[in-house]
Design a protein around this ligand. Structure first.
Ligand code: ADP
Ligand code: ADP
Ligand code: ZN
Length: 218
């Protein structure tokens, strides 16, 4: 039986957040997005936010220590007890090792690590077309997931939207480099643990969701 503590891996713009939100609703498990947490910290002007901002704007990775401390606090919260989807974490081998230790100390283990695979050539278009509702966080795309009514969020009716500062063609190159250099080594790491599954993320988002649901079961 497939369980419900999982990691969604994949390149920037690959569809992790889109899929994690759907799995959150479907299975009642929480999405833990380190990118969202960092953006909230930047917005709130906390010490973590101040440290992370310039690094994020450059498309580089924030320090392992900062990220691991942030996720350790978050996983300890009550809403994670029923399961969680790690979205955008871990991104380096030291982060994965720290996660292994953290979970071991809590007496829990990961059920699956799923790579949403998308070729680099697709990602610039995915990233530069991305925007989200400022109020409810629903994700959209200029071409691939348009608003049903122009200027109005399908979900909550808000008329305010956000585009990320790092979602520009210049920064994408650095983000892809970080992915290939620092995050790709996690695939063999989890493969060796027998946890890795790969889904083809270069298809319609509903088909990707179907694959994920087949892996996770009921
Ligand atoms: P990530 O969290 O991996 O960075 P997102 O889920 O934010 O990626 O997706 C990036 C952009 O691509 C969003 O605008 C989203 O609406 C769109 N998108 C997600 N999945 C697909 C897909 N399968 N096909 C086309 N566009 C997609
Ligand atoms: P993406 O859409 O590229 O997958 P995220 O929202 O996951 O973006 O991350 C945005 C930025 O936040 C990254 O480019 C990086 O600077 C920082 N970040 C997020 N998660 C991590 C992590 N686990 N380790 C280091 N940096 C991170
Ligand atoms: Zn909304």
């Amino acid at each position: 039986m497939a369980g419900k503590r999982l990691i969604l891996m994949g390149p920037p713009g690959g569809g992790k957040g889109t899929q994690a939100k759907r799995l959150q609703d479907r299975y009642g498990i929480v999405q833990l997005s380190t990118g969202d947490m960092l953006r909230a910290a930047v917005k709130a002007g906390t010490a973590v936010g101040k440290e992370a901002k310039a690094v994020m704007d450059d498309g580089k990775l924030v320090s392992d220590d900062l990220i691991v401390a942030m996720i350790a606090d978050r996983i300890a919260e009550a809403d994670c007890a029923n399961g969680f989807i790690l979205d955008g974490f871990p991104r380096t081998v030291p982060q994965a090792q720290a996660l292994d230790k953290l979970l071991k100390d809590k007496g829990i283990r990961l059920d699956s690590v799923i790579e949403v695979a998308v070729p680099d050539a697709r990602l610039i278009e995915r990233i530069t077309g991305r925007f989200t509702c400022a109020k409810c966080g629903e994700g959209y795309h200029d071409k691939f997931k348009q608003l049903k009514k122009a200027g109005v969020c399908d979900v909550c009716g808000s008329t305010e939207f956000i585009r990320r500062a790092d979602d520009n063609a210049e920064t994408v190159g650095a983000r892809l480099k970080a992915y290939h250099d620092q995050t790709a080594p996690l695939m063999p790491y989890y493969k060796a643990q027998g946890l890795l599954k790969v889904v083809d993320g270069d298809r319609d988002m509903n088909l990707v969701t179907g694959d994920l649901e087949r892996i996770l079961g009921t």
